[in-house]
Design a protein around this ligand. Structure first.
Ligand SMILES: *Cc1c(COP(=O)(O)O)cnc(C)c1O
Length: 371
């Protein structure tokens, strides 16, 4: 689905030197590379605080820990997503409240969010799924009317620009009270292992997040909070500093792939290409299509015989996952999410795709439907 080797080869000499220099410095934890990466990320995102941590799931967890939420408090999030978002809510003994998504963009449905609010609601976690932004005008408006926090799950849309209806432009992940992201290798800004970061413009929240990520201490051996141990390795930070300089160019390469697919599959009777929101640009973490009157499994098998990988993000809605079964929810409660889980398929998309590969993939997808 991604070509991490091809991408590495283009920046190999820089990356190799940075890794070796970090090893030679022996500053493996919280070294100067981490501080420089943090500062460069703050400048890139135009956000006051970037707090690096160990992975994207930790980033979400630490964000929620910083908001003083209490067991039983409700946190609203989208049902059609990766498990991490609901997982940390449940782990902290908060109550995940699931809402449906919009059928074209797969993003959290603001009307469903509004309808899910109760006196116990404390926060909303919109996910910028597959690389474009949820309706943050609506999220921030709902949040301010109901006095809620907004945590953006920005694991899939790092670098995307959000266009406020007022005309103001802001980076995804820096709009809500807190943003969380992941540097998992296959993410748009991926390191060569695990990594994550938390963003905020709020000084007090930023201070608290930094403390929680570091065992609840701001002075060594004095613990003011129960925290966690969540750090970004210096080696990963050194790699991310190099890749951050290429992030916009990587996003453009992904968009070019999406444009190619869009064109090849336009008006196809069995394929609905992904709708692009007008509220942000799209950094295409995934290229996800919805199939109509077609067998997804058969298409996938056919593509596999041609050595074309295809993935299902995501096959099971959260409310039907064994671990997240809840008497409040039953099959049929989330028609859009359930339909998408049954009919989406994602094609390879990455920064190193050649025209030849794209033509081979699209030709074979089209061929399958002619059979
Ligand atoms: C990848 C991802 C995460 C978790 O990130 P990890 O670094 O794997 O812990 C959280 N939310 C979404 C939407 C993701 O895609």
């Amino acid at each position: 689905m991604v070509d991490l080797i091809g991408q590495y080869e283009k920046i190999q000499s820089e990356v190799d030197a940075a890794v070796i220099n970090t090893i030679r410095s022996s500053m493996f934890i919280n070294g100067p590379e981490v501080k420089s990466f943090q500062a460069e990320m703050e400048a890139y995102l135009n956000v006051k605080h970037v707090i690096p941590c160990a992975n994207g799931t930790d980033a979400l967890q630490i964000a929620m820990m910083a908001l003083n939420l209490q067991p039983g408090d409700e946190v609203i999030t989208a049902n059609f997503t990766y498990v991490a978002t609901a997982e940390v809510i449940a782990l902290l003994k908060l109550t995940p409240v699931l809402v449906d998504v919009l059928p074209g963009t797969f993003l959290i449905d603001p009307k469903a969010v509004e309808a899910a609010i109760t006196p116990k609601t404390k926060a909303i976690v919109p996910i910028h799924l597959f690389g474009q932004c949820a309706d943050m005008d609506a999220m921030m408006d709902i949040a301010s009317r109901h006095n809620l926090y907004v945590i953006e799950d920005n694991a899939q849309a790092i670098g995307a620009d959000y266009h406020w209806k007022s005309g103001k432009v802001q980076k995804a992940g820096t709009i809500g009270h807190i943003g969380a992201t992941s540097f998992f290798p296959s993410k748009n800004l991926g390191c060569y292992g695990d990594g994550g970061a938390i963003f905020t413009n709020d000084d007090a929240i930023g201070k608290k997040i930094r403390m929680i990520a570091n065992h609840g201490q701001s002075v060594q051996y004095y613990h003011d909070e129960i925290g966690v141990n969540s750090r970004l390795d210096s080696i990963q930070a050194a790699i991310l500093r190099i890749k951050l300089r290429h992030l916009d160019e990587y996003a453009a390469a992904r968009r070019a792939v999406a444009d190619y697919y869009d064109k090849a599959f336009a008006n196809h009777p069995n394929i609905t290409t992904p709708e692009r929101t007008k509220l942000s640009n799209h950094v295409f973490h995934q290229y996800t299509m919805v199939l109509k009157n077609a067998s997804r499994d058969k298409l996938r098998e056919y593509l596999a015989t041609k050595e074309i990988p295809a993935m299902i993000y995501y096959p099971v809605p959260l409310h039907l996952q064994k671990a997240y079964r809840d008497p409040r929810y039953k099959e049929g409660d989330f028609p859009v999410t359930e339909h998408l889980c049954a009919s989406v398929i994602s094609l390879p998309i990455h920064t190193e795709m050649q025209e030849e590969t794209l033509s081979y993939i699209t030709k074979n997808v089209l061929e399958y439907f002619k059979k």
